[in-house]
Design a binder for this molecule. Structure first.
Ligand code: S3P
Length: 167
């Protein structure tokens, strides 16, 4: 089996689903945000504060290029689809699974997640978060080879659907 790449908005469950997919398939799990943090040697929030979002996107593209041919389960960062170059690269990486979710689900999740500081969400109102999300929807769909709805579903059910669709 080829590797599986997960895309979707912050709070869609890319990390949770990625870890479970890794357990079920035996493929190792990689989180792009972790790879970037290793490279930059600081948190993503610190990097945004110091260098801005565009510099972060550069790092993201660099990591993506490194994993074009891969045999992992990869959880990407929610903004990886912002660059057209990345969307083109992702299209070469199928299966790429868009974990589809809606603001009603991810906004409370993001507010309750105190483990990660996300610069594009921290101290934003629900309306502002929606404004980050909405322009991205078409980008996720463009880059994905498979769309899986995650609302009202357990990680186990999501993983089962992904694996059934891939086989
Ligand atoms: C971002 C999502 C984050 C992280 C960074 C930017 C985004 O990853 O890459 O804070 O622009 O959506 P998660 O989707 O894993 O939270």
């Amino acid at each position: 089996m080829n590797g599986i790449t997960l895309i979707g908005f912050m709070g869609a469950g890319k990390t949770t689903v990625g870890k479970l997919l890794s357990e079920k398939t035996g493929m190792a799990h990689i989180d792009f945000d972790d790879k970037i943090v290793e490279e930059i040697g600081m948190t993503i929030q610190e990097y945004f504060d110091l260098n801005g979002e565009a510099a972060f996107r550069e790092k993201e593209t660099k990591v993506l290029k490194k994993y074009i041919d891969h045999n992992y389960v990869i959880s990407t960062g929610g903004g990886i689809v912002m660059r057209q170059e990345n969307r083109e690269l992702l299209k070469e990486m199928a299966p790429v699974v868009y974990l589809e979710t809606t603001p009603e689900v991810f906004i409370p999740r993001l507010k309750n997640d105190h483990t990660t500081v996300r610069p594009l969400v921290v101290s934003k109102s629900p309306e502002e978060i929606k404004q980050v999300f909405e322009p991205r929807i078409t980008f996720y769909k463009e880059a994905a080879s498979m769309i899986v709805s995650t609302n009202q579903r357990t990680p186990e059910e999501i993983v089962e659907e992904i694996l059934t669709n891939i086989e």
